[in-house]
Write a protein that binds this ligand. Structure first.
Ligand code: NIG
Ligand code: FE
Length: 405
């Protein structure tokens, strides 16, 4: 049965926007007093509510001021973890660096241990609680990385759990294998570890269809540019590639781009040459304001990336170490305020441009044929959403045509 939903004070379709570079709010398609017709979880028509045919369809009336947007897409998270690192947060604020804590065996190693020691029930419960919050806050598609496993069996366990949660819950998850996060302590060398990921882990992930994406953390104390280059060269024919890079030091971006990465993520430390390189590539730069807020480091230069015609997506990086807050809309709003981004640039960064970063063609905008993932905010002016810096939450959520509130 077809359903007509509306009228919405404004529908911001996010359709027909450029994939890269700066965008002004004037480029947004805004349908005043709009309606959406859906059928079998997909959008079949978007237009002026009063002009849409009302024959042979159910009408779901929206009788309060409401601005409709595509559901948000979080293109980079680590929400599958167990444990807490508030002790490290306090340590960092007393002057000990993130990298130093990692070198001393804490940081990512800390969460590898607590996650590995959790029961499936504990890990699933905690992950689900985070994802339920995300869903209520408008994130209807979420990328989730593995990478908190001290051995390859636990890597598989994490990916299986992410896939299980995807199948059993409303939010859509995109799993990514981040076995190459840091070398677990039991391995003699990073080279041996990367070899075993290549030879023992990835073939199984491919065979069991646990993920079609592979990530690597390119950084001092993680994996070097040369290690990453050798690794990605062997992965790139079988998986989409993404990389954590340029968080504390420059250099890794080029390796990602040269290996056809769909995205290079972080970019807090990036030089002009790298910006130029990124702008001439098809790779998206994923900026992570939640990490800057969590670690107290500068934001990635989103304004400069956009002005140089790069592809830019904004993600939460939700994880227990660098980005524990996990509120994508709040973080994107704050980034917009500090970096002087238009509403259009911020909203594109968490909708259509995130879909592009995750190679998802069926979502990210409200157009005929796309899945009916839509969120509504109680206001009649879309600019109120970012103006409220994350405190205005969605009051209407529709996932694949099913309305939740
Ligand atoms: O994106 N930098 C590497 N990985 C994560 C943090 C992981 C952690 O500290 O637990 C990030 O910041
Ligand atoms: Fe991350």
């Amino acid at each position: 049965m077809k359903e007509l939903i509306g009228p919405f004070s404004q529908i911001i379709t996010m359709a027909n926007l450029p994939e890269r570079g700066a965008i002004s709010d004037n480029s947004l398609e805004i349908i005043e007093d709009g309606g959406v017709v859906i059928e079998n979880g997909k959008i079949i028509e978007v237009g002026d509510f009063s002009l849409l045919s009302k024959n042979d369809l159910d009408i779901r009336e929206i009788n309060y001021p409401c601005v409709l947007l595509p559901g948000f897409i979080d293109s980079h998270t680590h929400v599958c973890y167990y444990g807490n690192r508030s002790d490290e947060y306090a340590k960092r604020n007393s002057g000990i660096s993130y990298q130093q804590i990692l070198e001393e065996g804490g940081g990512i190693h800390n969460t590898m241990n607590s996650t590995s020691n959790s029961t499936d029930e504990q890990l699933i419960d905690d992950t689900l609680n985070r994802l339920k919050r995300h869903f209520q806050e408008g994130v209807l598609t979420c990328e989730v990385k593995s990478g908190y496993a001290p051995n390859l069996e636990d890597e598989i366990r994490m990916l299986k759990i992410i896939n299980k949660i995807d199948r059993s819950n409303e939010i859509d998850l995109i799993s990514t294998c981040l076995a190459a996060h840091v070398t677990p302590k039991k391995y003699e060398s990073s080279k041996k570890y990367l070899d075993s990921i290549l030879n023992d882990l990835l073939p199984k992930i491919k065979k069991d269809n646990l993920s079609n994406r592979v990530d690597i953390f390119i950084e001092e104390k993680a994996f070097s540019v040369i290690e990453a280059s050798n690794f990605l060269e062997k992965v790139r024919d079988d998986f989409f590639i993404t990389a954590h890079t340029n968080q504390f030091t420059s250099g890794g971006l080029k390796v990602g781009v040269d290996n056809g990465a769909v995205s290079v993520d972080h970019l807090e430390v990036i030089n002009n040459q790298e910006i130029d390189y990124l702008s001439k590539s098809n790779t998206t730069g994923v900026v992570l304001p939640g990490c800057s807020l969590g670690l107290g480091i500068p934001f990635a230069p989103a304004r400069k990336l956009l002005d140089n015609n790069c592809k830019v997506s904004i993600a939460s990086d939700w994880n227990p170490g660098s980005a524990p807050m996990g509120d994508l809309l709040m973080q994107a709003s704050l980034l917009g305020s500090i970096e002087k981004l238009s509403n259009a640039e911020v909203l594109a960064g968490i909708t259509c441009r995130s879909a592009n970063a995750l190679s998802l063609e069926d979502r990210g905008s409200l157009e005929n044929g796309k899945i009916a993932d839509m969120i509504g905010f109680e206001t009649n002016d879309f600019r109120d959403i970012l103006y409220n810096q994350g405190k205005l939450k969605p009051s209407f959520i529709c996932k694949r045509g099913k309305i939740y509130n």
